[in-house]
Design a binder for this molecule. Structure first.
Ligand SMILES: [Fe+2]
Length: 654
């Protein structure tokens, strides 16, 4: 990279008017790259009211020993309707950068639109000489509001062939609405609904009905969603308002699917709606991408944009038998500041792209000295070791859940062995343990196995590298060895771990392999429910205090919990219990709403209801499971869980 260039890149533009979630900052200083999401520091998930990533910016500058006045070039996402002069004058002045007029006169302020930034992160990071790129998300942002942009790249040349679906309303929006129809939030819970889909069955009748609302464009390169937003505003969800685990989006929004969609899905279980919606979204996307590849005649595919967090869909792209399918570690908006910076490098500064894939470890880091100071301040019991992976592997085999905090944090939504919670994948109980006692996340969400790169074929037949957990792949071998890291449909979302990019994590898995004969550990993100993946040592210690992990291994320190550690001794629930409720929920909702089609809905599910011995009273105010009676007065899914749980005999101790 150009030695005399120090590029600071911010997404979105400061004081941007419009959606700008996952606010992030990148600094490219000669060969050094720093990139961080502000949400990981502030611990607020999907906050679209953050306007600029000041903590990330100051941290990046500190790490590189750079003053803002040393920054040669500033890169931003589109500014939309904001008055540039006013905004940047204030911003540069506030942060003591060079004067706005000087930077402007010397052409040192650059703008890169949303999708070019998505695409550039993929193109820069993929290590491929040429290929096709596609960027697909919910509709860019207000300054560049398209949902699909695609084209070709060769060397430093990125050529856009088409931008489609102005203001969104394409495939991503369709999946968002499917999420809402099963009681989850579009835009934030799509990964969950993809996970839920594995529990359902694709229903042909439903598929054909939904298909009428997701149609290919005339040229076949994109798709349109024909549903329209429900005009009735949802209420705030005050039950979600917890200041210490602030989920802004989930407080302001509640699932609010279009009436037209509700009329179609109400006859089917949530599980089947999720499965059918997923299948349709996959089929249509694969069709558009095949058409695009036919046009570009390229065998390499680089996919970015939030939509490509859908790892089941990504696997369908692998099945196209291309030379390479690459999805960056941050396909979502978290990667936009870095993507934009790299676009400027490629286009304006003609910097040659690396021939290797980019490392995702680009964020905050802490040295042993800083960490030890903190451990002393908290009067924690700890031990120092030069090889923390040896202790970690042993502790994992003893059933401990470990908080693993090493080196620079990862860029993007997946924890890749820098800020991870780890467990032994050989025991199925560990999935439930991490799910319910530590993370308290949804029962159906799978955990990923992190596997030694050269041992990936110990579990799967595909010969690929997947360092960012981008693909859901069927486990074809040795599935019985890692039951905690395998989803109900026998798939997993593996991370292939490379010795050079993360040697401590690699060493840890290797040591675990030596002891157990299994070259994988269970890896999930380091965060309790409701907050973003953690960034700092203090946050890691907080998790130890909260009982979210058994032991913390942070840089060279093995940190033990205090004696009065919080423990959660609740019974673990079997998946059977949750599956039952998910199959039942749409019927209960129809009963509660006194839906005019309730009899039809009951008829469609008659075999399920009979098999579970469920009966309703005449006016649908009660139902019985066997001889136990339940009032239909639940507020939402969680409330229903709580009301049925104490009476229903699905509570088990595994
Ligand atoms: Fe995006």
């Amino acid at each position: 990279m150009k030695k005399n260039k120090t590029i600071a890149s911010i997404y979105p533009f400061p004081f941007f008017i419009g959606e700008g979630h996952d606010v992030n900052f990148s600094l490219v200083n000669g060969n050094k790259i720093f990139s961080n999401e502000e949400g990981k520091i502030n611990q607020i998930v999907h906050n679209n009211l953050d306007k600029f990533p000041q903590k990330s910016m100051l941290s990046g500058l500190k790490e590189n020993k750079i003053q803002p006045k040393d920054i040669t070039d500033w890169v931003f996402g589109g500014k939309g309707t904001v008055q540039e002069k006013q905004a940047l004058k204030y911003f540069f002045n506030k942060f003591k950068a060079k004067d706005y007029k000087v930077l402007k006169r010397n052409k040192k302020i650059h703008y890169v639109n949303h999708h070019l930034a998505h695409a550039s992160l993929g193109v820069w990071g993929c290590g491929l000489k040429e290929g096709t790129f596609i960027s697909l998300d919910d509709g860019g942002d207000e300054s560049y509001p398209y949902d699909t942009v695609w084209g070709k790249f060769k060397g430093n040349n990125i050529k856009t062939f088409q931008k489609a679906n102005k203001f969104g309303w394409g495939i991503t929006r369709f999946h968002n609405l499917i999420c809402e129809s099963v009681g989850y939030l579009g835009n934030v819970d799509n990964g969950k609904v993809m996970g839920l889909a594995a529990y359902g069955k694709v229903n042909d009748e439903l598929y054909n009905k939904l298909k009428k609302y997701l149609v290919l464009s005339n040229d076949g390169f994109s798709a349109k969603c024909l549903f329209r937003r429900n005009k009735t505003q949802s209420n705030y969800n005050y039950a979600k308002l917890k200041i210490d685990s602030f989920q802004q989006y989930k407080i302001i929004h509640q699932p609010n699917p279009p009436e037209e969609l509700k009329r179609i899905t109400k006859f089917f279980s949530n599980l089947d709606v999720a499965a059918t919606g997923q299948k349709l979204v996959e089929d249509i996307t694969v069709q558009t991408i095949k058409n695009i590849l036919n046009k570009t005649k390229s065998k390499n595919l680089v996919c970015s944009g939030g939509f490509f967090q859908n790892v089941s869909l990504n696997k369908r792209l692998l099945d196209l038998n291309l030379k390479k399918v690459y999805v960056p570690s941050a396909p979502n908006d978290a990667g936009l500041s870095l993507g934009a910076a790299m676009y400027v490098h490629m286009k304006k500064f003609k910097t040659k792209r690396p021939s290797k894939e980019m490392s995702p470890f680009l964020g905050l880091s802490y040295n042993n000295h800083e960490i030890e100071e903190l451990l002393k301040e908290y009067k924690l019991k700890y031990r120092k070791t030069k090889k923390p992976w040896l202790t970690c592997a042993k502790l994992l085999t003893k059933g401990k859940i470990i908080g693993w905090f090493q080196g620079k944090s990862e860029l993007g939504p997946r924890s890749l062995g820098a800020r991870s919670v780890l467990a032994d994948p050989r025991k199925k109980i560990n999935k439930a343990k991490v799910n319910q006692l530590l993370k308290k996340r949804d029962w159906f969400m799978p955990y990923a196995p992190s596997v030694l790169e050269e041992k990936l074929n110990f579990f799967v037949k595909e010969k690929i590298s997947c360092p960012y957990m981008s693909f859901a792949i069927k486990v074809s071998k040795n599935a019985k060895l890692i039951p905690a890291a395998i989803h109900v449909d026998n798939s997993c979302r593996p991370q292939s771990v490379n010795k050079n990019t993360n040697f401590k994590f690699y060493n840890l898995i290797k040591e675990f392999y030596k002891i157990t004969g299994v070259p994988a550990v269970l890896n999930t993100s380091f965060n309790r429910h409701g907050i973003a993946t953690i960034a700092t040592p203090r946050q890691a210690i907080d998790h130890l205090f909260n009982g979210c992990i058994d032991i913390l291994i942070i840089e060279d320190f093995i940190v033990f919990p205090r004696k009065n550690k919080v423990t959660n001794s609740k019974n673990l629930l079997s998946e059977k219990y949750y599956i039952f409720i998910e199959k039942f929920l749409h019927i209960l909702l129809a009963a509660r709403e006194k839906d005019k089609d309730i009899k039809k809905i009951l008829h469609k599910s008659k075999f399920f209801l009979k098999s579970k011995n469920v009966k309703f009273n005449k006016n649908f105010s009660y139902f019985k499971i066997g001889n136990k009676s339940f009032k239909i007065d639940f507020k939402n899914r969680t409330d229903l869980y709580k009301k049925i749980m104490p009476k229903y005999n699905y509570i088990v101790n595994e």
